[in-house]
Design a protein around this ligand. Structure first.
Ligand code: PMP
Ligand code: GLN
Length: 380
């Protein structure tokens, strides 16, 4: 068979999770919470299953959930999205991203991708015959060089993919970044795909500034979100895409034939749970404490690190401690120290030598402390 994705293998997340399991290592690699979702949310799922909400949901999603999303987004200061025509519930953000990319990318179109980049963007571009054009950032980058971004734009550029808070750097974009993006997108008539799955995980009183909060940008943006991160339910694969009606019409044509609709009782449950803002507004403080606990526990190891600004990831550079390639060190630490991480090179298109590992701190305090102790022993 002729491969459509010759460069793609099993994802690094699957590989490191498998290696962690084989070695009974603490898994700070694949990004998912170690703790369970709220019992109240579980009860709601149970309630709706018992109520018989077990058949196909409407193609675009359960209306109550679309209304709840619309209200939440509007309350945060963003554009008002019409539940009927501008909100689609998807199978996680992964489907939302795939469909948004498919909606706008045609053969030969170029798409600007900031790297390090989440691994699903490039295959989605390539399966649509598009060409990713990379803007390369350091794993602990300070700011975006917008002149560099401009220099990558050609007459073939159709879209730009952004991600804030960012996986894996933990960087949160500032208003000035979104303003620059808005200018460039308007000037070159680009579509914007904004991955905001970590929108409710931002630290040190930083705001999350959504692409949907800038009116001119919102008009050309597909905003992709996920409840997996927000409610500790990555296994439910429940996400959404917000986009102006004209874009949503085309988005839904693809969504309709990819999955048609997604898990009905879970949509009802999340709709009801989402109505209470404290259910997601408390998340930043929850993870900020874990970030601080983890940073404090690893502070004497000798890593170079900038505190994560958002998401549940912390990048650390080990350049002062070892010359090993990050893939080699990540594997060795999994086997010998029994702590799994993600080598940051896997978020880059070309082979890099940044000597940086990504740790996920969405874990119990005790797990983070045990991991820190094991890392300490292994690195010294
Ligand atoms: N984007 C980013 C940046 C992510 O880290 C993830 C998930 N892990 C996703 C998208 C996919 O989200 P979901 O699990 O809802 O498909
Ligand atoms: N988003 C998760 C991470 O970055 C992984 C999701 C997956 O395994 N596909 O670790």
């Amino acid at each position: 068979i002729q491969s459509k994705l010759p460069r793609v293998g099993t994802t690094i997340f699957t590989r490191m999770s498998r290696l962690a399991e084989e070695n009974q290592a603490i898994n700070l690699a694949q990004g998912f919470p170690e703790f369970d979702c709220s019992p109240d949310l579980q009860k709601l799922v149970d309630k709706y299953i018992r109520q018989g909400k077990n058949q196909y949901a409407p193609m675009a999603g359960v209306m109550g959930l679309r209304e709840a999303i619309s209200q939440k987004v509007y309350a945060s200061g963003s554009r008002e999205y019409h539940p009927e025509s501008e909100i689609t519930v998807t199978s996680g953000a992964t489907e939302a991203l795939y469909v948004a990319i498919s909606t706008v990318v045609n053969r030969g179109d170029e798409v600007i991708v900031f790297e390090p980049a989440y691994d699903s963007y490039v295959p989605a571009i390539e399966l649509n015959g598009g060409v990713p054009v990379f803007v390369t950032l350091d794993p602990q980058y300070e700011s975006i060089d917008w002149e560099d971004v401009r220099s990558k734009i050609s007459p073939q550029t159709r879209a730009i993919i952004i991600n804030t808070p960012h996986n894996p750097t933990g960087k949160v974009w500032e208003l000035s970044d979104l303003q620059q993006l808005s200018e460039i997108a308007e000037e070159h008539d680009l579509w914007v795909i904004s991955d905001e799955v970590y929108e409710h995980i931002v630290f040190d009183d930083r705001p999350h500034i959504s692409a949907a909060s800038i009116p001119s940008l919102a008009e050309r943006t597909f905003l992709c979100g996920s409840f997996g991160k927000t409610f500790h339910t990555t296994g439910w694969k429940l996400g959404y895409c917000l986009a102006p009606a004209e874009l949503t019409v085309e988005f839904r044509k693809i969504h309709q034939f990819l999955v048609f609709s997604v898990v009905t009782p879970f949509q009802f449950a999340v709709a009801e749970y989402l109505a209470e803002p404290t259910h997601y507004l408390a998340l930043s403080a929850f993870y900020e404490r874990k970030r601080d606990l983890f940073l404090d526990a690893i502070k004497d190891i000798g890593f170079i690190m900038k505190p994560s600004e958002g998401s549940f990831f912390q990048n650390v550079s080990y350049e002062k401690l070892s010359d090993e390639k990050d893939q080699v060190l990540a594997e060795r630490l999994t086997v010998e120290a029994r702590v799994a991480s993600i080598p940051v090179s896997s978020f880059y298109n070309e082979i890099t030598d940044y000597k940086t590992l990504r740790f996920c701190f969405a874990k119990h305090d005790e797990t983070l402390l045990r991991a820190a102790e094991a890392l300490h022993k292994a690195m010294w």
